[in-house]
Ligand binder design. Structure first.
Ligand code: PMP
Ligand code: GLN
Length: 377
């Protein structure tokens, strides 16, 4: 058949995780924790497995929507109404897909900041949209706002933001929000803000959610994931926060993508969300892991700028080899037994900055062993 996504192959996360499995390599490629979630959370799920096993309401279990609205107000001081501004979905991937589908018509342009998370472009293309790429470069991956302004046209319908950003770990500043607001305030442009790493920020940084700027909040679909915050990526449960009018349209799509998401887990999360400690301690937890990994490669020829947020660290191998990053990622998996993700896959033209992405959401022993292997290069 004729492909609707001719330029899309199998996602790099599947490719590298499979290779790690096949070769027995340490898997620092796909972004998921190697450790388990809180036993209290699994106990809650166990509890709610009794009698809560049928379809949840389409928009999510009311007590989870209420708990999430309360947590959002506690964290950012912004009130989303649980009835018509909070929707529980099957992971941030679904939130992003449904939000893009809600907004984009054929021919609409969507501004993206590269390196861009791999699910965005297929969602845009399936809706008939046209991706407009703004490349960001190492070491700081900062946004050139003059360039963004120069790329806006009458067809620009959506700008997609990801902070903290995967794969490069960059965190947007308040100044970035102000620049974005100045661009969109008098235009018919929507925003999708992927904030799945909202609780993983380092060196005293704070998360500037797009919801905290009134001009941005009014036009933003904030997409989040419980998977990252509670070490449960396999549960595929996330949410979309958006003003009433946007949520009404978003739900029209969501109800025919998945309709609703897993019921007992929603009840369990509603209870668990009431405890701030797990998400308040997450930054310190992952900062220690980032620092352990970086200290473990101290003697190596890799160079780096410490990640500002997320659970990914980029390492530059310019001093080691001139190879294409994809080839190197494959070779290192086979030869030294450490799997990573090449950063060129996050650029539409495969720009090779000689960077590999390593996920440090791993137990300390794995990080130390990986560091030891990488230091031999
Ligand atoms: N956005 C980004 C930037 C991600 O890194 C991920 C997953 N790791 C997702 C979205 C998808 O989240 P979920 O697993 O909740 O679908
Ligand atoms: N977001 C994860 C990563 O960046 C992977 C999620 C997935 O495999 N779809 O590695």
């Amino acid at each position: 058949m004729q492909s609707k996504l001719p330029n899309v192959g199998t996602t790099i996360f599947t490719v590298m995780s499979k290779l790690a499995l096949d070769t027995g390599a340490l898997n620092l490629s796909q972004g998921f924790p190697s450790f388990d979630c809180s036993p209290e959370l699994t106990a809650l799920v166990g509890h709610y497995l009794n009698g809560h096993n049928q379809y949840a309401p389409m928009s999510g279990v009311p007590k989870l929507r209420e708990a999430l609205a309360q947590k959002t107000a506690d964290c950012y001081g912004i009130a989303y109404h649980p009835d018509d501004e909070v929707t529980i979905v099957s992971g941030a991937t679904e939130a992003i897909f449904s939000a893009v589908t809600t907004v984009i018509r054929p021919g609409d342009e969507v501004i993206l900041f590269e390196p861009v998370y791999d699910s965005y472009v297929p969602a845009i293309e399936l809706a008939g949209g046209i991706p407009v790429y703004i490349p960001l470069s190492p070491p700081d991956f900062s946004v050139d706002w003059a360039e963004v302004r120069s790329r806006i046209t009458d067809k620009t319908r959506l700008i997609m933001v990801n902070t903290p950003q995967n794969p490069n770990g960059r965190v947007w500043t308040r100044a970035d929000l102000e620049e974005l607001a100045a661009i969109v305030q008098d235009k018919d442009i929507f925003l999708v803000s992927d904030e799945v790493y909202e609780h993983i920020l380092f060196d005293g940084r704070v998360h500037h959610s797009l919801m905290t700027h009134p001009v941005l909040q009014a036009r933003t679909f904030v997409c989040g994931s419980f998977g990252k915050t509670y070490h449960v990526t396999g549960w595929k449960i996330g949410y979309c926060l958006a003003p009433r009018e946007l949520t009404r349209e978003f739900r029209k799509v969501h109800q025919y993508v998945t309709f609703s998401t897993i019921t007992p887990v929603q009840y369990a999360l509603a209870d668990f969300l009431k405890h701030p400690e797990p998400y308040q301690s997450l930054s310190a937890f992952y900062e220690a892991k980032r620092d352990l990994f970086l200290s473990a490669i101290q003697g190596s020829r890799f160079t780096y700028t410490p990640a500002e947020g997320s659970f990914f660290q980029l390492l530059s191998y310019r001093q080691i080899t001139d190879e294409y990053d994809y080839d190197l990622a494959i070779r290192l998996t086979h030869e030294i037994g450490v799997a990573s993700v090449p950063v060129s896959v996050f650029y539409h033209d495969q720009t090779d900055h000689k960077l590999l992405r390593f996920c440090f959401a791993k137990d300390d022993e794995t990080l130390l062993r990986a560091g030891e292997k990488l230091s031999k290069l």
